[in-house]
Design a protein around this ligand. Structure first.
Ligand code: ADP
Ligand code: MG
Length: 450
């Protein structure tokens, strides 16, 4: 019965009002908008309280566009605006969207790979510090390094280490509540909570955790309001000496748009970087992986592979899997000759490109938000970057059409195929388009050299 808005919604509403102020004259603002109050986000609706029915009708007839488009800009969600003059009207509406009701165990189960253990992690100079810190954290969560922040380029073992901490903490004490999740899921959970309005359960879920592991926090770059919520979650856990572990593809200060106060929180603990493996470490990783895969290779072959390996361990794994597969199909022994045939031209310096980087580069270039690419909106200013992102992902990664569709807000594979075709055609017909694509590709691949 109380009329109390969660802090976050207050924040959102303040922000909406501020934006409206920039769009209308100050007289219009004071006459019509100043006295509006947000009652609640409920299901797909935003309930806004008008002081009287005259004001309500006037806004409905004259300012609905401004109101709903501003709301959309701020929340990145297509709410319908409902103006009411009595706050009770909002209570009749039942939320239609179920909040994220999975149990902790079910959530972890979706992400955790049992093979990402400390036992299976090979330590070398490139990751020694990160590994030591991760071990220390799992031995005494909340007291060793807090937060622990691990960063480095894709494919070098950040996710592996975070999950190793998860597995180890769980093994040591079954009473500990540990949660691992990709930051993108945190963002999605936040956004779906804006719709349901169930902030209590959102907050309870994170704040009861003893060890929270959030992977790929560079995803926070895309949403100011999620960062805000993340900041509060962080503070709540930190104050209770709960362990926080984060990973990112760049150091905290390089996460686009991130606020100083979050950066400084991250610095309270330990920030450590994982570097690409050097030659010796690559050889050792190759030997370890092949042993795990029951592949027999000689030291020569391991060296040859390491020499020609890319900097990404994920890609090394891919190469090994390929070799193994061909060896089985062709009933060949894996010797140097065979390996040379298969890997053909050295793949050195061509390293793994992740969809995150493509999305990052594309959103930056077109000045759109990731959530807009994910959304169902059909405005040209959004569909074009969306299609470009799909095309580039198709071209630069080996993700399947289904996987790309999944990343792009759950679209099906024909949509991706169509987008890819469309951009390919545009590229042929339109000079500036082909220049843009070239530029984007260079930007994306450049991040993988040096
Ligand atoms: P990131 O999260 O940094 O992009 P991942 O943790 O997903 O990278 O690692 C990519 C792959 O490489 C995984 O299969 C992981 O098991 C493997 N890997 C990474 N570093 C190591 C390591 N030091 N020892 C063994 N395997 C590793
Ligand atoms: Mg990862």
């Amino acid at each position: 019965m109380n009329h109390h808005l969660p802090d976050n919604e207050k924040q959102i509403w303040k922000f909406v009002q501020k934006k409206i102020k920039e769009k209308v004259s100050s007289q219009q603002f004071t006459t019509w908008f100043e006295s509006l109050k947000l009652i609640k986000f409920h299901a797909d609706n935003t309930y806004i309280l008008a002081p009287n029915s005259f004001c309500r009708e006037w806004i409905e007839n004259n300012y609905m566009d401004v109101l709903s488009s501003t709301l959309r800009e701020v929340t990145k969600t297509g709410y319908k605006v409902k103006l009411v003059t009595d706050s009770k009207e909002a209570k009749k509406d039942k939320p239609s969207i179920q909040s994220n009701k999975l149990s902790l165990k079910e959530k972890n189960n979706t992400y955790i790979n049992k093979n990402y253990s400390f036992d299976n992690f090979l330590v070398g100079p490139c990751n020694r510090l990160a590994h030591a810190a991760a071990l220390a954290v799992s031995a005494s969560p909340g007291t060793a390094y807090n937060p622990l922040f691990i960063h480095g380029p894709v494919g070098l073992g950040k996710t592996h280490l975070l999950q190793a901490i998860f597995l180890e903490v769980q093994k040591r004490s079954s009473g500990q509540k540990v949660l691992y999740m990709p930051c993108e899921s945190f963002v999605n959970h936040y956004i779906s909570t804006i719709k349901t309005g169930d902030w209590d359960s959102f907050r309870n879920q994170y704040r009861q955790i003893d060890t929270l592991l959030i992977d790929d926090v560079h995803f926070l770059a895309n949403s100011q309001s999620t960062r805000e919520e993340f900041f509060h979650t962080f503070n709540a856990l930190y104050t209770c000496q709960k362990q926080i572990v984060l990973s990112s593809d760049c150091p905290p200060e390089e996460i686009p748009a991130i606020e100083e106060r979050l950066i400084s929180r991250f610095r309270w603990g330990l920030i450590t970087r994982i570097d690409p493996p050097g030659f010796e470490t690559s050889v050792a990783i190759i030997e370890k992986k092949t042993a795990l895969m029951n592949m027999e290779i000689s030291y020569d072959v391991a060296r040859y592979l390491a020499e020609h390996a890319t900097s990404s361990i994920r890609e090394i794994e891919g190469t090994l899997t390929n070799i193994n597969r061909y060896a089985i199909i062709s009933e060949n022994k894996i010797d140097l000759n065979f390996v040379k045939q298969i890997i053909g031209r050295p793949t050195k310096h061509k390293s793994y490109i992740g969809i995150e980087e493509i999305l990052n580069t594309v959103t930056k270039h077109f000045g759109v938000q990731l959530s807009q690419l994910h959304s169902k909106r059909k405005l040209k200013s959004i569909t074009l970057p969306r299609q470009v992102a799909m095309h580039l992902t198709r071209k630069l990664t080996n993700l399947s059409l289904e996987e790309i569709g999944g990343y792009m807000g759950g679209r099906d594979h024909t949509t991706v195929m169509h987008a890819d075709e469309k951009i390919k055609n545009l590229k042929k017909q339109d000079r500036s388009m082909s220049a843009t694509l070239r530029k984007l590709e260079t930007l994306i691949t450049k991040q993988h050299k040096g």
